[in-house]
Design a protein around this ligand. Structure first.
Ligand code: ZN
Length: 161
C-alpha cells in the first residue's frame, strides 16, 4: 500500500499543463503539440483536457487544440478572464492558424462560450466553425460516442470567415 501511495504521489506531481495548448502534459508540452504530423492551420478549442481525449477518439481531427479550462458561467462568476481566452488570441497572432473549430459542450454554458469566442475571433479574419448539431443537448462532449462526435466534426458549420 505504501508503494502504491508513493506511485500515486509521483503521478500527481508529474501532471502539469502544456505551455502551448493547456492540455495535460507529462513535460513542458503535450504529445499533440510535439507531434510534427499535426496540421498547424486548424485549431480546435475545447473546455477541458478530457474533451481533447473525446475529439482524439473520433480520429477525424488532425489539427491542434486549445484548452480553455472551463466555460463561461455567470451564475458561478466565471467570465472570459477566468478562461484561457487571452492566451488563445495571443496564439492566433502569428497567422499560422486559418480555422478555429469551437468544440464546446452542447449545453447552455458551452453555447454562451462559443458565441463569445465567435464574436472575439471574427475580427481576426479567420474561419470560425462550430460543431454540427446532433450531439446530445445538455450533455458533455466527453459522453458523446465517437461516431456522433466524428459526424459533428466533419459536418461543422462556418460561423464566420
Ligand atoms: Zn499541447
Amino acid at each position: 500500500m505504501a508503494r502504491l501511495a508513493e506511485v500515486l504521489t509521483t503521478v500527481k506531481a508529474k501532471v502539469h499543463f502544456c505551455s502551448v495548448c493547456f492540455n495535460v502534459a507529462e513535460s513542458d508540452t503535450c504529445r499533440i503539440c510535439r507531434d510534427p504530423r499535426r496540421d498547424l492551420t486548424v485549431l480546435c478549442v475545447v473546455e477541458e483536457p478530457k474533451d481533447v481525449v473525446a475529439v482524439e477518439r473520433t480520429r477525424e481531427f488532425r489539427g491542434r487544440y486549445h484548452v480553455l479550462g472551463g466555460a463561461l458561467n455567470p451564475m458561478e462568476g466565471i467570465g472570459p478572464a477566468d478562461l484561457r481566452t487571452r492566451e488563445l488570441v495571443v496564439r492566433l497572432g502569428d497567422g499560422a492558424v486559418t480555422e478555429v473549430v469551437l468544440a464546446m459542450d452542447p449545453n447552455l454554458e458551452g453555447e454562451a462560450t462559443a458565441a463569445y469566442l465567435a464574436r472575439l475571433l471574427t475580427p481576426l479574419g479567420l474561419t470560425v466553425t462550430r460543431l454540427a448539431s446532433g450531439l446530445p443537448v445538455g450533455g458533455d462532449l466527453e459522453y458523446a460516442d465517437e461516431i456522433t462526435l466524428g459526424r459533428a466534426l466533419t459536418g461543422r458549420r462556418i460561423l464566420a470567415g
